[in-house]
Design a protein around this ligand. Structure first.
Ligand code: ADP
Length: 334
């Protein structure tokens, strides 16, 4: 039986835990999603059956793992955590499935990375609550169908499009998480600062929110850096200027862009004169996987108006040039 610990993504997996809300009410923002999920859970409780399988899609750090844990907690059932890459063979998944208790939640992070054979096993298990267990080896081997108790799969993915449609169709509820607006991140930062015992003055949370790339995990990380600063400088409370100074020291971009975002914009602007440039070329130029550029980096750049996708490729906007401090080559915009 293979199990991995929660929060496999991000820089500070252990400290992710202390700031995780445990009930839906404590989950900041995403009001529509929360209302949908609440209804979904209430209905399951009233019917007294485990809820349908849930798919959570969206970029890293937006709360997929947190939501999965909240669902299990609200249903008062245990949660088993694994991930696509941790399951190397269909047999790994079969043994997890056959050991699940009735009603248990099975959280599969990066579900789009499951090996093909495991995927097939999974969607049969999700649909029919059955797994075929191979017994014996060679010509004498046979498969015995094993009936499973009802359980709930919660899948998380940064790439919904990579899930084969039979698997996607097994989820009764799909939630798309999007980047958080500044106001929501401010609330999140205020909540986290209370948990961490940091006193923020008016406007300090705003300064943090602006630099957090729409992402709760990053907001919490920056808050910890600001806490370090406050401790070292013996500050009783943190003013907006302290945030600016502290984060300038860590070279945090004022628009929240990270190293990869900046590398991508620089490549488009300096190597391709603003674009258009195809995804694969761009990824090669910055030394990253196309998948990472497309799913982690681009959605935020597009949303914030630094980049547009055209049929011919990616194009940097004037805002991108300005942010990099480079004068736009106007011929690129004819
Ligand atoms: P994902 O699984 O999507 O990569 P996580 O669920 O691990 O993201 O969230 C990363 C961190 O951000 C965790 O510490 C979590 O508590 C916090 N977080 C994410 N979304 C929210 C939210 N809506 N409200 C409060 N905290 C959140």
């Amino acid at each position: 039986l293979r199990m991995v610990s929660a929060a496999p993504v991000g820089n500070e997996p252990v400290s992710d835990e202390e700031l995780r809300p445990h009930i839906l009410e404590g989950f900041i923002g995403q009001p529509r999603l929360k209302a949908q999920l609440q209804l979904f859970l209430d209905a399951a409780r009233k019917r007294d059956v485990p809820p349908d399988h849930i798919l959570l899609a969206g970029p890293p750090g937006l709360g997929k793992t947190t939501l999965a844990m909240i669902v299990a907690n609200e249903l008062e059932v245990p949660i088993r955590v694994t991930s696509g890459p941790a399951i190397q063979h269909a047999g790994d998944l079969a043994s997890i499935l056959s050991s699940l208790d009735a009603g248990e939640v099975l959280f599969i992070d990066e579900i789009h990375r499951l090996p093909r054979a495991a995927e097939e096993l999974l969607y049969i298990a999700m649909e029919d609550f059955r797994v075929d267990v191979m017994v014996g080896k060679g010509p004498g081997a046979s498969s015995i169908p094993l009936t499973l108790p009802r359980f709930t799969v919660i899948g998380a993915t940064t790439r919904e499009g990579m899930l084969p449609s039979p698997l996607r169709a097994r989820f009764g509820f799909t939630a798309h998480l999007d980047f958080y607006p500044h106001e929501e991140l401010e609330k999140l930062i205020e909540r986290s600062s209370a948990v961490l015992g940091i006193q923020l003055e008016d406007g300090a949370a705003r300064q943090l929110a602006m630099r957090s790339r729409g992402t709760p995990r990053i907001a919490n990380r920056l808050l910890r850096r600001v806490r370090d600063w406050a401790i070292v400088h013996d500050l009783e409370s943190v003013r907006p200027d302290d945030v600016k100074e502290a984060l300038a020291l860590y070279q945090i971009d004022t628009e929240g862009l990270d190293r990869l975002d900046i590398a991508v914009l620089k490549a488009i602007v300096t190597n391709f004169n603003g674009g258009p440039v195809g995804l694969n070329n761009l990824a090669a130029m910055v030394g990253e996987e196309s998948e990472t550029v497309e799913t982690v980096c681009e959605p935020y750049l597009v949303r914030e108006g630094f980049l547009i996708r055209t049929p011919k490729g990616r194009v940097a906007t004037r805002k991108a040039w300005e942010h990099l401090g480079i004068t736009p080559d106007e011929s690129a915009y004819d």
